[in-house]
Design a protein around this ligand. Structure first.
Ligand code: SD4
Length: 321
């Protein structure tokens, strides 16, 4: 019995939920479909739009996902990614991001301050170093060396939200970060017209997190995993639960064993629920190398954006309980 019900949202979310592209997708006789791009949350709609521009002109999936996730990274209205993201408990915006191509090449940065586009720094780590993950000061030094401009990422709106949280602290509070309302990492997986896969994941992480905390989003295998021979997956939600399950890697391995992207995402959510008795909010998206997609969650309001067959649409996922 299906545990997930998709429906097309036709309006009312203020993002232009359905956008029709110029061209229909290429469907080969074997029923493979490309290009396809899938991403998390309503801000996936404008992100998909940017990714589709690359894909629709025959471009590379890796360029598409980078261009795509840079949109919410640069948007101050999106308070969970990049510029305008909510800060940690010290009032500092710290960003985590990674990117991965179809040949297992990957790059990541974590705990990066004052740079708006960590995904592009992550790509430079992948392309210009022998390393995969750079953090904090080292990542920032590398970004400066690569010519990225520093800027203050804390917007007035985010600072006010942080001040309100700070003002409400009491000796009764513990240091668990508030989890409501800030699960909106963008994870994106794309398949280009040459059937090459790539993915990216980028976030400001949980709001009010402890200074120095890094979540799942920059961890290859947790927040993102891509295997060009199989498919790719990405995660959003409480990062600790995603890391514990190696969620994105788990999904790709389940697809390798023969599960559909949908079955694999549902399996990963069940694993999260089994391994984390407090049932933290998590959602996964997946795309296989044939262009089939999946999405699953254990919380009420998860939506993903899908650009396929020339249409960009937002889908709500029925949670697994
Ligand atoms: C993290 N997974 O840092 C991220 C948070 C988030 O949607 O909001 N994800 O744990």
């Amino acid at each position: 019995m299906p545990t997930r019900r998709d429906f097309l949202i036709t309006g009312g979310i203020g993002l232009g939920a359905v956008v029709v592209g110029k061209h229909a997708a290429t469907a080969s006789p074997s029923n493979r479909t490309a290009p396809v791009v899938i991403s998390t949350w309503p801000h996936g709609i404008p992100a998909n739009e940017a990714a589709w521009k690359v894909l629709d002109s025959g471009g590379y999936a890796l360029d598409a996902v980078e261009a795509g996730v840079r949109v919410p990274e640069g948007d101050p209205e999106v308070m969970s990614v990049g510029y305008g993201g909510l800060p940690d408990e010290d009032g500092v915006v710290t960003l985590d991001s990674c990117i991965m191509d179809e040949k297992w090449r990957c790059g990541a940065v974590a705990f990066v301050r004052n740079f708006k586009h960590p995904v592009s720094i992550a790509r430079k780590v992948m392309e210009r170093t022998r390393h995969i993950l750079l953090v904090g000061e080292g990542a920032e030094k590398f970004a400066r060396m690569m010519g990225f401009q520093e800027e203050n990422l804390l917007t007035e709106a985010a600072r006010r939200r942080w001040l309100r949280w700070k003002a409400n602290l009491s000796e009764k509070d513990n240091l668990l970060p508030a989890v409501e309302g800030n699960h909106d990492t963008i994870g994106m997986v794309a398949l280009d017209t040459h059937y090459r896969l790539a993915g990216a994941c980028t976030t400001s992480g949980l709001s009010n997190k402890l200074h120095g905390r890094v979540g799942d989003s920059p961890i290859i295998g947790a927040g993102l995993y891509v295997d060009g021979e199989v498919g790719g997956a990405s995660a959003t939600g409480v990062g600790e639960a995603v890391i514990r399950t190696a969620g994105s890697f788990l999904i790709v391995e389940k697809m390798r064993e023969g599960m559909s992207p949908q079955e694999a995402c549902e399996e990963a959510i069940r694993r999260v629920m089994k391994m984390n008795p407090e049932n933290p909010h998590v959602a996964f998206i997946a795309l296989d190398k044939e262009g089939n997609i999946g999405a699953a969650t254990n919380y009420d309001k998860f939506q993903y954006a899908l650009y396929r067959d020339g249409t960009n649409s937002l889908h709500t996922v029925t949670p697994i309980r």
